[in-house]
Design a protein around this ligand. Structure first.
Ligand code: KIV
Ligand code: ZN
Length: 514
């Protein structure tokens, strides 16, 4: 019997660009490169690495991703003007394969209130922008921003004109997350039916999640002829975020019978990618998040557990190992050796060098002294923290605390800053966490406002490691940090120091540009 092969849908990842626009999610160069390497392992088709003209940091990040990452097409965003497009090309030119992504708003609301331009001027500017980009590179994407709220006749004209000018991908953004699946499907269908040169470009969609419909809208677009989906890991992005990569990829793979489509994404890397992005951005993944949430494969009801034991497909539509959850949550302990740890780390998706394994193993032994059973989530947390702390300038050396209900806590804190050790002793704060934060501020010289603080347990048991996430505000900008330890005050100090490290790095980058 003849079987038709699925239509391959391109996955355009914009975690490093739209994802970074999530409030408080800014990333440094090293972090962006780590995510870009992970995206290349996932085998996404396109990585949108940033918006080069936005800042020197953005430019450098796009240039480094373009230089170092092989495999996917590397894309940079530009508004429809010469300076943006020239700058984007400057950052992209060393890539194996590059794409310039030019955008200009087309909806009536944006034309009237933001751009103060009429339809004809928009059309002219869009064409000129695309033409300039094609002077540099043959792979050019054009986005009519707020396309989902643009009059369909005008949208068809813009799409036709930009394809004629050389755009090879036309992206249809639902910039404000206003569309519904029927609406989005109808827009794409109209373009397919009405734009005479539509077969010369790939139709893409870029859906925001303000109504929680970004994945559904993207799938509706695919059903109507879109060949590329723009999405982010964990669905992070401006406001309520973007279409979630893991969800849309697994929807097409799990329901290939219906959609008759697939992607090149290596789904077994989805959970490690989700953990990496959450660790770097500080944006936690909700437990019940589809595909990658901690509870996504947890069966609570007795009837379900009984069914699972008899035959997993009774209650599971995907296999946990197919999205990168390890098959077993094998428990390690103090007698486990380096080889067992290395094996577990590899199963969880971490390739450790000899030196890294040595460091992580030392931390693992320390943890095993404090905690009887070590779960996969403990190991993942340990490895991620080890990598993050290694990159930091300020690290926690030790602390002692005297605490009682009568007086402010008395804390003695020692930090390491490069080769230096700095200590302070003070009585301050409303409690142990406040006291340690104040002592860190005193030693590092940064006074910040803590805007968010949360603690949750990484695994199970009263000896479980606590994960602390903090967000602080400094000079109007938000910075996050994460710390993990069996001691929640220590975890708080590590998290706070990570946020301070981000401030310090940014301050230095600003100084360097002056
Ligand atoms: O949401 C949007 O419209 C965008 C464009 C720049 C594609 O992010
Ligand atoms: Zn967007």
């Amino acid at each position: 019997m003849a079987t038709t092969s699925p239509r391959m849908i391109r996955i355009f990842d914009t975690t490093l660009r739209d994802g970074e626009q999530s409030p408080g999610a800014s990333m440094n160069l090293e972090e962006k490169l780590k995510i870009a390497r992970m995206l290349a392992e996932l085998q996404v088709d396109v990585i949108e690495a940033g918006f080069p003209i936005a800042s020197p940091g953005d430019f450098e990040a796009v240039r480094e991703v373009a230089t170092q990452i092989k495999g996917p097409v590397i894309c940079g965003l530009a508004r429809c003007n010469d300076a943006d497009i020239d700058r984007a090309w400057e950052a992209l030119k060393s890539a194996e394969r590059s794409r310039i992504h030019v955008f200009l708003a087309t909806s009536a609301i944006h034309r009237e209130f933001k751009l103060k331009m009429g339809q004809e001027e928009i059309l002219q500017r869009a064409v000129a922008g695309v033409k300039r980009a094609t002077g540099y590179c043959s792979d050019v994407e054009f986005s009519p921003e707020d396309a989902a709220r643009t009059e369909i006749d005008f949208l068809c004209r813009v799409v036709e004109a930009t394809i004629a000018a050389g755009a090879t991908t036309v992206n249809i953004p639902d910039t404000v997350g206003y569309a519904t699946p029927d609406h989005m499907g109808h827009v794409i269908h109209s373009l397919v039916e009405r734009v005479p040169n539509i077969d010369r470009a790939v139709i893409s969609v870029h859906c925001h999640n303000d109504l929680g419909l970004a994945v559904a809208n993207s799938l509706a677009a695919v059903e109507n002829g879109a060949g590329q989906i723009e999405c982010t890991i964990n669905g992070i992005g401006e406001r309520a975020g973007n279409c979630s990569l893991e969800e849309v990829v697994m929807a097409m793979r799990t329901r290939a019978d219906y959609y008759q489509t697939d992607t090149r994404v290596v789904s077994q890397r989805l959970v490690p990618a989700s953990r990496l992005v959450s660790g770097i951005t500080g944006l936690q993944v909700q437990r019940n998040k589809a595909v990658v949430g901690r509870n996504a494969f947890a069966h609570e009801a007795g009837i379900h557990q009984d069914g699972m034991l008899k035959e997993a497909s009774t209650y599971e539509i995907m296999r946990p190992q197919d999205v990168g959850f390890s098959h077993t949550d094998l428990v390690l302990g103090k007698h486990s050796g380096r080889a067992a740890l290395a094996d577990r780390a590899a199963t969880l998706g971490y390739e450790l060098s000899e030196e890294q394994l040595k460091q992580v193993f030392a931390e693992f032994k320390d943890l095993a002294d404090k905690k009887k059973e070590i779960y996969d989530s403990d190991i993942a947390a340990l490895i991620e923290q080890q990598f993050r702390v290694n990159a930091q300038r300020w690290t926690l050396e030790s602390y002692q605390m005297e605490i009682n209900s009568e007086h402010a806590p008395r804390v003695t804190l020692t930090l390491r800053h490069g080769d230096e050790q700095l200590s302070t002793e003070m009585a301050a704060g409303d409690g142990p966490v406040d006291a340690i934060f104040l002592a860190i501020e005193k030693l590092t010289g940064y006074e910040v406002r803590c805007t968010e603080f949360s603690v949750h347990s990484v695994s199970v048991g009263h000896d479980a490691q606590g994960e602390v996430n903090v967000e602080v505000e400094y000079q109007g900008k938000r910075f996050h940090g994460r710390g993990i330890s069996t001691d929640s005050v220590e975890a708080s100090a590590i998290a706070f120091l990570e946020a301070i490290h981000r401030i310090d790095t940014l301050q230095e980058a600003i100084k360097a540009t002056k």
